[in-house]
Every structure is written in C-alpha cells, then in structure tokens.
Design a protein around this ligand. Structure first.
Ligand code: ADP
Length: 485
C-alpha cells in the first residue's frame, strides 16, 4: 500500500488481545479500504465471540492490579499515552485520512482532540473523591467511596476513529477499569495504532484490548458476558437500542451516544456572515458525517433569501477531493451506502417541492464523493426533516416566529445538539432553554471539547462523555457504615 508512515510499526493488521498481537482463531480476515481511492489498505482479523471472550477474561485478570495502582500512577501512564499520541500525530492523521477519508487538516485536529481526552481524564483520576455524611447515629459514621465499575466494553463508530475511542478508554482507565474495544470495521487501523502507543506508554497487558471483526458476534459476547459490567457505545440509534436490549439480561450499566437530528436556527437579528460560517462548519465538517452536524437549517422569513445566497456562495468555495491532498475541505463519504442515503434525501426533497441551489449529485471524482448540496423550500414532510442525512446536504426550512421554530426543532425523537444564531439576549435565553437537546451552540457551529459534557437527551442516548462528569460513568458508589465507635 502507498501509505508511508514515519513509524511503520504503527500500522498493525492484527487484533490486540491481552497484550499480544493475534489473528482470528480461524484465520479469517476483513479488508480495509481507502474510501477516496477504493484501494485496499490491508486487512484485519475477522474475530468473533471466542476472541472477545478471551479479551474479556484477560481484562478481568488484569483488573485487580490496575485498580490497585494509585490514581497518580494511572495518571502517569495516561500522560505518557497522551504524549505519545501527540508525538505521532502526523502518522495517526495520515492513517485516519487513509481509512476514513476526512481532510488531513481535520484528521490532525481530531488527533489533538482525541489526545485531549486521555490528558483530561488522567488529570481527573486524581480528583475522584467520595464523601462523609452527617450520621443520624452517635456511634456510627457514614462514608461514600467511589470504585471502578469493572470490566468495560466499548463499541465505536468510523466517523471519529480516534476521538470516539479516547473519550471512552480515557475515563475507563483513569477510573481503574480495563476495557475491551471493538472499533468500526472501516476504521480499525487508528484503534490498533492507539493500542501500540498504549503498550509503549505502559498500559499493562489485558487492561486495553482491541478486537476487530464481526460486529454482531463481538457485540453479542460483550452484552451477554456477565464479567462485563459496563458497555459504552457510540453509533446509530438502531444498534444502540439492540445493544441495550441485549444488555438487559445481565443488567449492564450503559453509556449510549446515539443519533442526532440537529436543528440550526438563524433568526432575523443574527449576524448572517457568522451564521453562514457556523453553518458551513457544522454542516460540512467530515462531509456532514458527525452526529452533531446541522441536519435541519431553519431560517427566519426576513433573512431567508439573503442567508441562502450567502451560504451557496460559501459552499461554492469548498474543495472536494482526496483528503490527503493539500487544500481539500471535503473528502469522500465513508461508503456507497452513505452516498445512497444522501441521494435518497435529495430526490425526496426535490420531488416534494424543494429548490436545488447547489450540488445535488455524486461528484465527478467518482467513488463515494458527493457534491456539497444546498436545497431551499424544504418542509417538514420531507425525509430530511426526520432522518439524519449524515452527508453534505444543507436543507433550508423557512419559519416566522420563535414559538414556531422551537416547536419544529423539538419535533424529533432525537436531542443531541442544536444551534442558533441571534443577538437578542432575551431570545437567546428563551430559545436555549426551550430546545430539547443535551448541547446548545449559540452563535457558534462548533461546540465539542474535552472540558464540556457531551451527550444527548431523548433517544440520542444516555450518559455524558468528557468533562468532570465523564468519569462518573465508569465509577460506582459504595456506602460504608462504620459502627462500634
Ligand atoms: P453506522 O451506520 O454509522 O455505521 P452503526 O451503529 O451501524 O453506525 O455502527 C457503529 C458501531 O456499531 C460500529 O462499530 C459497528 O460495527 C457496530 N455495530 C453494528 N451493528 C452491530 C451489532 N449488531 N452489534 C454490535 N455492534 C454493532
């Protein structure tokens, strides 16, 4: 393959189980391709239930020693891991663009963003604290301690091949829990490179394992195995629901980061240029393939045409191409299925009266490239109103009043992110409070960082990642009643 890394040992084509690099039991392999070229990058083992079971058993065996380490000692390992990720940032970015397709500039940004979770949670490890309570009895004292929940399993998506992993494994390891990870089939190499660096940083064998392979079989083992105390998943709502159902039998603690259908509202008092810039960043980042991407753009009547015109002019400047090439701002979509979904949304909108302002078709580059698209006169009966497009399509809805747009924005089972642009302080408070979502961006299209809690309400999921709250998902409370004083 053409990929040249400064450190070629970062590209591993084996699973990492209990500190060993290994193939699938039967030797079966899965191909990994570059979505920009269709070229095969290599393979990974097609592992299943048996290998996953071994990784879980190894995690359980490694758990006592890892939890017994002081928080400071665990933090030192995580600090080293963070530093190694940053030292190898360029190689990791190249790997990411090759297997995922996003422009190199975005991959570099994600490596730094991904590392920040390891750094942050290493620091948070030292701040895990319990409490003492006012006792109702004179001869007894009441204490609450926080303990690591135990063996954790993680299933992650392809759209952020590093950050979606580090925001799970960072807090797990910091809390004193081991983790078995199943990365997405299309982006396993970033996950395996993280494992190489974790080993170099001193993460003991078994504390972090990576199994690549058959989602259904690995997922079934992770959810049914009683040793796994917690499952953390980022992906589609449908798979999240299935994993939740499967986990019911063993009552696992769950963290779920599921789909979104983010509204992006432009009020008539907005700074329109800033709103266009925000919409561009929120909609077209990663070719529209993030769960916090603007999915429905609501523009108030008085500024509708003006906003549409400015957005179309900005979209015309996007450069579509292989993310590895300089200056490219939009790479390919992850696969053919993703392109078909965008095509379906475009066709449905146009058939129901949408007005095509830009793009609308597959890109001349072929493969899974799609033109940045803008459609005006979009209405609530179109597919884009209810389904996440996960592609570079900006649908412009029109609205008149604040009450109307809040109702429209909330008319979805999802509640992950929402955005709006306004300069009226009263309106800002009313709308921010009125939107049913876990995160709200006001006058900004970019909200994610390791310091703030990321997560959704309604069917967008359970739990929060990042922030000082993110570690709680990996801890359980123990109440100790100390008597006989
Ligand atoms: P997307 O459609 O964006 O790929 P998915 O929810 O299908 O989203 O994928 C997210 C992650 O879930 C991936 O790692 C994928 O392999 C995994 N996955 C998909 N189906 C299952 C399943 N039945 N059991 C466990 N994991 C699954």
């Amino acid at each position: 393959m053409k990929l040249t890394l400064k450190d070629p040992s970062l590209l591993r084509q084996q699973a990492y189980i209990d500190g060993e690099w290994s193939d699938a039991d039967g030797g079966a392999k899965l191909a990994v391709t570059n979505p920009a070229t269709g070229e095969q990058l290599g393979t990974v083992p097609l592992t299943g239930a048996a290998e996953t079971r071994r990784a879980i058993a190894a995690a359980n065996a490694a758990w006592p020693a890892w939890r017994k380490k002081s928080a400071k000692a665990r933090a030192a390992v995580l600090r080293k891991w963070n530093d190694l990720i940053l030292e190898n940032a360029e190689d990791l970015a190249q790997l990411m663009t090759a297997e995922q397709g996003k422009p190199l500039a975005e991959s570099r940004g994600e490596v730094a963003y991904g590392a920040s979770f390891i750094e942050w949670f290493g620091e948070e490890a030292k701040r895990i604290a319990g409490e003492t309570l006012a006792s109702p009895w004179p001869d007894r004292r009441l204490l609450v301690t926080k303990e690591p929940i135990g063996v954790c399993a993680a299933i992650t998506p392809w759209n952020f091949p590093i950050a979606m992993i580090t925001r799970k494994v960072g807090p797990a390891l910091a809390a004193g829990c081991p983790m078995v990870l199943k990365p997405a089939e299309s982006t396993p190499y970033c996950a395996l490179a993280l494992a190489v660096l974790a080993e170099r940083a001193g993460v003991p064998a078994g504390v972090f394992s990576v199994v690549t392979g058959t989602p259904k079989d690995i997922g079934a083992e992770m959810t049914s195995n009683p040793t796994v105390r917690k499952l953390t998943f980022t992906g589609s709502t449908a798979v999240g629901r299935l994993l939740m159902e499967q986990s019911a039998k063993t009552i696992k603690k769950l963290s779920l980061e599921l789909g979104g259908n983010a509204p992006f509202i432009v009020f008539d008092d907005a700074d329109l240029d800033a709103a266009v810039e925000g919409a561009l960043a929120s909609k077209y980042r990663n070719a529209g393939q993030t769960c916090v991407c603007a999915n429905r753009i609501y523009v108030q009547d008085g500024v509708y045409e003006q906003f549409a015109e400015k957005l179309v002019a900005a979209v015309a400047k996007l450069k579509v191409g292989n993310g590895a090439d300089e200056g490219v701002t939009q790479g390919p979509l992850i696969d053919e299925k993703a392109v078909q979904k965008v095509e379906q949304h475009v066709a449905d909108a146009l058939a129901k009266g949408g007005r095509l302002l830009a793009g609308g078709k597959r890109h001349a580059l072929g493969h899974s490239f799609f033109q940045p698209t803008v459609i005006a006169d979009v209405t609530s009966d179109m597919l884009v109103a209810t389904e996440e497009t996960f592609g570079p399509l900006a649908p412009l809805f029109r609205f008149k009043t604040d009450e109307e747009v809040i109702a429209l924005a909330n008319d979805t089972e999802f509640g992950l992110a929402s955005y709006f642009y306004s300069r009226d302080i009263g309106r800002i408070w009313r709308v921010a409070e009125g939107l049913e979502s876990g995160m709200v961006g006001v006058n900004t299209g970019l909200i994610s960082n390791e310091i703030a809690p990321f997560g959704g309400v309604k069917q967008s999921g359970l739990g929060r990642e990042g922030s000082r709250h993110g570690i709680d998902d990996y801890l359980v409370m123990k109440y100790v009643c100390l008597g006989g004083l």
